[in-house]
Design a protein around this ligand. Structure first.
Ligand SMILES: Nc1ncnc2c1ncn2[C@@H]1O[C@H](COP(=O)(O)OP(=O)(O)O)[C@@H](O)[C@H]1O
Ligand SMILES: [Mg+2]
Length: 307
């Protein structure tokens, strides 16, 4: 069976990892050089590389596989019974320098039972155990855990590096592609690299990256089609498609997407500034208007009118 690119190309060393900026790259390099990390809280939106960074650190720090306890906050680590397992893991001596407890999706851990239980463990075993927590919503993590962990917030990965990473995967797979087509995939999915790689894999079965609209329905993604229409100046069609395809509950996500892709609305910094104000106004009225679709349409009309 063909492997998923997202797994196959999950970088296990710092080389293939897309950093937000140089400061974050240097921070990670320092940890690796020193051979040690503090307790970490990695936060950021989906598909930006939190789990990848956690696993990469475990690998680069040379942690013995028996010294790693992996758990998911939305599954086993949601229940307080899991804490007993965690305690026995912490109590035994590490094989190597220290142990790591990696809790993915830690924001789903119960804030009244599991999260408080971690507090003492982080202190009592700080000599031999390091915790790495990953989450989408840091505000769901209780304050005592914030204060015990160094926060590492992945805001938005670098746009150019994001594109380069997708391009590298395509080249390695021997898939031919047009840069402008790839750019549409990037714009439709940024900053979610997982989504980008999945969508690109789905659309390169023939050995070439299919332009938006060319693939069969199952591999279609309306954001991708929209980006393509916007780029080709078919503003009205794009607007209709966007309003039709997105549910009212997705509206806030769409405003975010508009903001993440400012170069769709203008090529100069001045035009992009105008776009930000328009998007902000749209978002403000979004909470006040009765018809979300009309508001979204109006915002798009304003964006298309930027000169
Ligand atoms: N910053 C990144 N650098 C390199 N690859 C990444 C990055 N972010 C995501 N990916 C790719 O997307 C996939 C999913 O990333 P993951 O780390 O699981 O995201 P999440 O932030 O949701 O935990 C990875 O397997 C990898 O292929
Ligand atoms: Mg993850």
């Amino acid at each position: 069976m063909k492997q998923l690119w997202v797994e196959q190309y999950r970088p296990s060393t710092i080389d293939g990892y897309v950093f937000v900026d140089d400061a974050q790259r240097e921070q990670v390099e320092t940890w690796i050089r020193e051979g040690s990390i503090p307790h970490l809280l990695l936060s950021g939106s989906a598909g930006t590389g939190k789990t990848t960074l956690a696993k990469l650190l475990i690998n680069e720090l040379g942690i013995d596989e028996y010294d790693v306890l992996y758990a998911n906050g939305s599954k086993e680590a949601r229940k307080v019974e899991w804490v007993d397992k965690l305690i026995s893991f912490c109590q035994t001596m590490p094989f190597g320098k220290f142990k790591i407890v990696l809790i993915d999706e830690a924001d789903y851990m119960n804030p009244n039972s599991v999260q408080p239980a971690l507090r003492n463990l982080m202190e009592d075993y700080s000599g031999s155990v390091r915790f790495i927590l990953t989450c989408n919503f840091p505000n769901k993590i209780i304050a005592p855990l914030h204060s015990r962990c160094q926060g590492f917030h992945i805001v938005k990965t670098d746009h150019t590096e994001f594109t380069a990473r997708a391009a590298t995967v395509l080249v390695t797979e021997g898939v031919t592609f047009d840069l402008d087509v790839l750019d549409s995939y990037v714009k439709a999915t940024y900053p979610d690299l997982r989504k980008c790689l999945n969508l690109v894999q789905l659309n390169s079965q023939s050995g070439a990256l299919a332009p938006p609209g060319a693939s069969d329905r199952s591999a279609r993604d309306w954001k991708l089609d929209c980006v393509d229409m916007f780029k080709r100046g078919k503003i009205r069609e794009a607007r209709t498609l966007l309003c039709q395809s997105s549910g009212p509950e997705e509206a806030e996500e769409i405003f975010r997407w508009m903001y993440d892709n400012l170069d769709l609305w203008g090529s100069t910094p001045e035009r992009q500034d105008q776009a930000i104000v328009i998007i902000r106004n749209g978002l403000v009225s979004h909470n006040a208007v009765a018809d979300v679709e009309i508001n979204l349409s109006a915002t798009l009309i304003e964006l298309a009118g930027i000169q």
